[in-house]
Write a protein that binds this ligand. Structure first.
Ligand SMILES: [Zn+2]
Ligand SMILES: [Zn+2]
Length: 117
């Protein structure tokens, strides 16, 4: 790895790594980052279609707790979101590891509408 020595690219440019074969720390890093990003996107494409519909239940569980702490019951939340009371109860009890992304979003919406004012 050498020093960055290129007039047409700033240090940390992947194009410099690729086309000028610059191997300075910054350009090498930029190239690695690109591959990590690319790999992540590829993995998501290949395996993520199912997983990515779900999110960790931790955040929505806390959101739900905050909504209920504000005095809004499951019945009201259910009416607002269309989520079933039993599934919210399971979430609240920690019986769910993951929830649908849409569930998390609906709860976040209720929270942002009800809890900020
Ligand atoms: Zn460089
Ligand atoms: Zn260059």
């Amino acid at each position: 790895m050498g020093l960055h020595d290129c007039a047409s690219h700033p240090a940390g440019t992947r194009a410099c790594y690729v086309s000028h074969k610059c191997r300075c720390v910054d350009c090498t890093g930029a190239n690695l980052e690109y591959y990590h990003e690319w790999n992540r996107a590829r993995l998501e494409r290949e395996h993520g279609s199912r997983q990515s519909k779900y999110v960790d239940a931790d955040v929505p569980r806390r959101t739900l707790a905050r909504i209920r702490a504000a005095g809004i019951g499951l019945r009201t939340i259910s009416k607002r979101t269309g989520l079933s009371r039993s599934s919210m109860r399971l979430l609240a009890m920690g019986e769910r590891q993951r929830v649908l992304k849409s569930t998390a979003r609906l709860l976040a919406e209720v929270a942002s509408e009800e809890l900020t004012t």
